[in-house]
Design a protein around this ligand. Structure first.
Ligand code: ADP
Length: 308
């Protein structure tokens, strides 16, 4: 096999009580990538369509991640990468993660799979580090491993794939204003009180337990963010009204996706998701910004190989 075409999905990270550790993979939104093995060594990004992003491998997360893989696994072949972007950079639904994870996934396949998807996280994370200024794995992990993942540690990488309750469905609103992860990080206070920390780890433990037991009531009680949301939500237009409308329409929980401006709600079933979709639409359509709303099952597989 000398070339591979893949679908690299969007993802939701910083899932409320799981800031920097909990993420899930989305189904309908994502980029396509074409990766080709060549005879000249090294990585080249030969084409980017859909968005204005750097072709320079040192400035594109796909290039940085791919080079990290080749540093660990030297080979005589080189690789050319084409990226067809659908996920807007800075949207908060893992645009950079899709490219970083997609690049290392594709190259690994063309090399005959020397690495597991868990191994690939550390290479993809280097790309993320370049984009946001800090290395984090909560977007690349669910994209590479699929489903819902918990990052216990990034050094060494230790990621756990969590069970997906069958009816769990996400609604994601992407207000089309740009909010760079780097800037959204700057407004977070560096210290957390003991009281808030206790609430957060109580909620995270309970949420994980609720996933194992398909306990939607416990998910609802625990899907809260006592630490980051109060600071970051002010960067997101109509955050409180969107949250209130979603919960009233039956959402299990509602929070910021990644570092925003996207927000997500989780709910039970497609019908529940449709109600939340219209509740969100009513709030956001009252202000003058472009937006998109997606309904998505949790994508259990993550990156997919395309055969056409
Ligand atoms: P997101 O959560 O949507 O990934 P980030 O702010 O984390 O948003 O990342 C976007 C930043 O990464 C932008 O500054 C963008 O220029 C940079 N970047 C570099 N390469 C890529 C790529 N292939 N895809 C998306 N963003 C990229």
């Amino acid at each position: 096999m000398n070339q591979i075409k893949i679908f690299a999905p969007a993802s939701v990270a910083n899932v409320s009580c799981g800031f920097d550790v909990l993420g899930f993979c989305l189904e309908p939104v994502g980029d396509q990538m074409l990766i080709r093995k060549t005879n000249s060594s090294g990585i080249k990004i030969t084409k980017i369509e859909g968005q204005n992003l750097p072709l320079d491998v040192k400035k594109n997360v796909a290039g940085v991640a791919a080079e990290a893989l080749l540093k660990a696994h030297p080979t005589k072949s080189g690789f050319e990468i084409e990226i067809y972007k659908n996920i807007k950079a800075g949207s908060g639904i893992g645009s950079s993660a899709a490219s970083a994870a997609g690049a290392v996934y594709g190259i690994n396949e063309l090399l005959g799979k020397p690495y597991t998807s868990h191994d690939l996280i550390s290479f993809a994370m280097e790309g993320e580090g370049m984009a946001s200024g800090t290395v984090h794995a909560d977007n690349v992990a669910p994209v590479l491993m699929g489903g819902i993942t918990l990052v216990r540690s990034i050094d060494p990488v230790d990621v756990i794939k969590l069970p997906i309750p069958k009816a769990l469905t996400a609604v994601v609103l992407h207000p089309k204003i740009e909010l760079k992860t780097m800037h959204a990080r700057e407004i977070i206070k560096k210290n957390v009180t003991m009281e808030k920390a206790i609430q957060q780890w109580g909620n995270l433990g309970a949420f994980v337990s609720a996933l194992y037991n398909e306990d939607y009531d416990l998910m609802s009680r625990s899907l809260k963010d006592e630490i980051v949301e109060p600071m970051r939500s002010m960067l997101i237009p109509e955050f409180e009204s969107l949250k209130k409308a979603s919960i009233q329409a039956g959402a299990i929980g509602f929070g910021i996706s990644g570092s925003g401006p996207s927000v997500y709600a989780l709910t039970k079933g497609i019908d529940g998701a449709k109600k939340i979709h219209s509740a969100i639409n009513e709030v956001i359509s009252s202000i003058d910004i472009d937006y998109e709303i997606h309904i998505s099952k949790i994508n259990e597989q993550g990156i997919k190989i395309l055969t056409d």
